[in-house]
Design a protein around this ligand. Structure first.
Ligand code: UDP
Length: 250
């Protein structure tokens, strides 16, 4: 597996199969593994915030989510086998969990949403063991109690859908204490899989225009999407040697 660097953030060139295999190893060996979905927005936040950058760098596997990452790879001459989206890897991992009897915990989204996702997943992947669910709205004071409840449920996989960077901070702080082998942040995936939010039609996904669909259906995202043109500009500046980053060889 090749690890690339996109504007200072690591991104792995891997397939869904590779990621599921790494997850399996971590669960069999009870060795913590944290999968982080990288998109242009996270890369831009990490460039602006050194502390966040340190948190994100602590992940073990960095999946190339977002068409912007694959585009950047093309410009900068870094090859990715395929795009690996957070929501599709989440589904691939739960499917494998049903096959292997791995226990799954869902943490995040508004009250009732994770329950709905659990029901959908159980129908879709018969035999799936849901070790527990809980919404993602709790205070900083409640965090360690939430982590303790998760530890007691003994999941093999924990999916955290609390948005970025909250989910990353939670995983970074509590993964070892919870003793969960595989942790992955899934952003707004629970809303999509519960049917609360619609996912873009397949043809738009295939054209790499899922972001466009999200913009049209959730216009409030326009501010957050400002990160994308900034990201593209920096990638081009990097390509032409106009952008120096910390860690560059002198
Ligand atoms: N969320 C949560 N706790 C919070 C804030 C947000 O569980 O304190 C959930 C929210 O309900 C939504 C998800 O986190 O399901 C964030 O979705 P978004 O699409 O913003 O995620 P991102 O784009 O960061 O991946």
């Amino acid at each position: 597996m090749k690890r690339h660097d996109i504007l200072g953030t690591p991104v792995d060139a891997l397939t869904y199969e590779d990621a599921v295999e790494l997850a399996g190893e971590s669960i069999r060996q009870k060795k913590p593994l944290w999968i982080l979905a990288v998109n242009p927005e996270k890369i831009m936040k990490a460039l602006d915030d050194a502390r966040l950058k340190a948190v994100l760098s602590a992940a073990d596997v960095f999946i190339p989510d977002g068409v912007g990452i694959l585009w950047a790879g093309k410009i900068l001459g870094k090859r990715f086998q395929q795009r690996v989206t957070g929501v599709d890897l989440f589904l691939a991992l739960t499917e494998e969990a049903a096959r292997q009897n791995w226990r799954v915990y869902l943490l995040g989204a508004a009250r009732g949403v994770a329950e709905e996702v659990a029901r959908n997943l159980e129908q879709r992947f018969p035999g799936l063991v849901i070790a527990g669910v809980r919404d993602g709205y709790f205070t900083a004071n409640e965090e360690s109690a939430v982590a303790e409840t998760i530890r007691e449920a003994r999941p093999d996989l924990l999916f955290v859908g609390m948005g970025s960077p909250r989910q990353e901070h939670f995983i970074r702080t509590y993964q070892d204490k919870m003793g969960v082998p595989l942790c992955m942040g899934v952003g707004g995936s629970f809303d999509v899989l519960s049917g609360k939010k619609k996912r873009a039609p397949r043809w738009l996904q295939q054209l790499g225009l899922e972001w466009c669909y999200r913009l049209v259906t959730e216009p409030a995202r326009i501010l957050r999407m400002g990160a994308l043109p900034r990201f593209m500009l920096l990638v081009l500046r990097r390509k032409f040697g106009l952008l120096k980053l910390k860690g560059d060889k002198k």
